[in-house]
Ligand binder design. Structure first.
Ligand code: GLC
Length: 521
């Protein structure tokens, strides 16, 4: 069997079959032709809220395009992502079929339908292939490498079909790492102007595979193996770092960290490509996360009138079946239950902490051992600990509104969104000084701060920091209220970061001002 077939579409192979319901005539599509160069950006990503989001990346890609179009009305930012079963079931009825084609991937030729949806002025495209995407979960299959190779190859193959050849494709994390790679290997003659940006949301997941599937699964010719080879393996993220025109990560501190031990083996290659790296901190959508208007809260509130927060605390205690105790500090953790989120520190101190007068609310899914630990904890301390093993945006907002203190002791944290959301809801974060946590939370013990920050990845340090937060809450009510107001006043809107991305896009284009003008690492 041939191991060296072309990875993505050969121009001939991708003849489009447009259906009558084609994209022409939609307002966004009609506009695209008249856009100035540098304004057309396509986000290639494996998840996007509200269609599907399992974590921070989906939320970021769900809110950044709108923010970009708000800071610059000329921008035309669109998003392309798989049509997972979950997306089809929930949103399929509102989509239009644009057309279909076959995407060559190594020796395969796979059907790809393209559906389109519009939401708040943004155009979304969904790649349909039942074999790859009609499954129980979006990720976690043995053939994920092939599934996302298909997604990446399809992104490049469908540009003419969707009638949107952008100036820039902005790819995210390992699942779309093959977009810049395939562009370089197979499409650079066809789209010589097309530039790519690759954003690392989490460097721990790199897309590593055995070299033996290079041709068979990824369709990469042996002569190009050097692009993806790292430590003897295929490493898709490494290939994207090498092939992309600009590399970003989601906070300035994390951009520094990935050049050292935080690079999880990729630090050398990142340093070599450091000239194209910048760190831009994520923002959150202030319309979605607004304690005044959030519909899932029992009562709205803002920094000037905090009474509603007490009502939400009562509601939270009732929802989770803990005693309604207005002055008992309510601690919470809303997180994926995985090691790098610092769960080990929490499991180490949990029982000691629960001897104090506190309540602990946990929401999240993740490693089985941690899920079991928290379920047991709730059984052992039924009046103090409550756990919901779920990913649930509504309950998470209710927790952010009802709790007093949020724990985020991450071992590493590229950006983190929970610390920003909880500030917006007047819940004080206790965080470890790493990555985006360092860039968004300042320690109130050192002056004007919006939370508590500890340095070392150490359970005792976490415990003593939590206890200081708890003491402030219990014994210095006025100071606590000031801290809450200070946290609520912090501005984590997208606007500044959206402007930084826009600069990055513009500087990338012919006539742009070059590599390093605005990097803020
Ligand atoms: C990943 C990171 C998280 C970041 C998010 C969005 O989930 O772990 O820190 O906030 O991506 O960029």
């Amino acid at each position: 069997m041939s191991k060296t077939a072309t990875p993505a579409a050969t121009p001939k192979g991708s003849k489009s079959k447009k259906t009558t319901k084609a994209v022409t005539g939609t307002p966004a599509a009609a506009k695209s032709g008249s856009k100035a160069p540098g304004t057309r950006v396509l986000y290639a990503v494996s998840e996007v809220a509200p269609f599907l989001s399992t974590g921070g990346m989906g939320q970021v890609v769900g809110s950044l395009p709108t923010a970009l179009m708000r800071v610059d009305k000329e921008m035309d930012v669109r998003v392309i992502s798989p049509l997972y079963r979950q997306v089809r079931n929930q949103f399929g009825a509102g989509m239009t079929l644009v057309g279909s084609l076959h995407v060559p991937l190594s020796w395969r030729s796979q059907y790809c339908g393209v559906y389109m949806a519009e939401r708040d002025g943004i155009t979304y495209y969904f790649l349909d292939n039942l074999y790859y995407f009609d499954r129980e979960r979006p990720y976690g299959y043995l053939d994920d490498g092939e599934r996302f190779a298909f997604m990446s190859a399809a992104v490049l193959a469908v540009l003419e079909l969707i009638d949107f050849v952008p100036d820039i494709i902005h790819a995210h994390d390992w699942q779309s790492a093959l977009v810049p790679i395939y562009l370089k290997i197979a499409y650079s003659q066809r789209y010589p102007q097309l530039r790519t940006i690759f954003t690392i949301h989490n460097i721990e997941y790199q897309g590593r595979y055995g070299m033996e599937i290079l041709g068979d699964v990824f369709g990469i010719d042996d002569k190009d193996r050097g692009i993806v080879e790292y430590d003897g393996d295929i490493n898709l993220m490494k290939g994207a770092i090498v092939c992309c025109d600009r590399l970003t990560t989601v906070s300035p501190s994390y951009a520094e960290e990935v050049k050292g031990v935080g690079g999880f083996g990729l630090e050398g290659i990142i340093r070599q490509n450091g000239y194209k790296l910048s760190g831009i901190i994520n923002g959150i959508d202030y319309e979605i996360y607004d304690p005044e208007t959030d519909k899932v809260l029992v009562e709205g509130y803002n920094a000037l009138s905090l009474e509603g927060k007490a009502a939400n605390k009562r509601a939270l205690q009732t929802l989770f079946g803990l005693p309604v105790a207005p002055r008992t500090p309510a601690l919470c953790m809303v997180s994926r239950l995985v090691t790098h989120k610092g769960i080990d520190l929490i499991t180490t101190i949990a029982e000691t902490l629960l001897k104090d007068d506190v309540q602990l609310f946990i929401l999240g899914t993740g490693d089985h051992q941690y899920e079991l630990f928290f379920q047991d904890l709730a059984t052992l301390y039924p009046d103090k600990a409550a756990v919901s093993i779920a990913y649930n945006p509504e309950i998470s907002n209710r927790i952010f509104a009802g709790a007093d203190i949020m724990l985020m002791p991450s071992a590493s944290e590229p950006c983190g969104l929970a610390q920003m959301i909880c500030c917006r809801y007047g819940t004080i974060p206790v965080v470890r000084a790493t990555g985006g946590l360092k860039d968004s939370v300042q320690d109130c013990r050192l002056g004007d701060g919006n939370g508590f920050v500890f340095e070392d990845y150490d359970a005792e340090e976490l415990l003593s920091t939590i206890r200081q937060a708890v003491d402030l809450y219990k014994y210095r009510e006025e100071q606590w209220q000031d801290l809450v107001r200070e946290a609520m006043k912090r501005d984590f809107r997208w606007d500044l970061s959206a402007k930084a991305y826009r600069e990055l896009y513009f500087n990338l284009l012919p006539g742009g001002s070059g590599v390093s003008s605005q990097t803020n690492t």
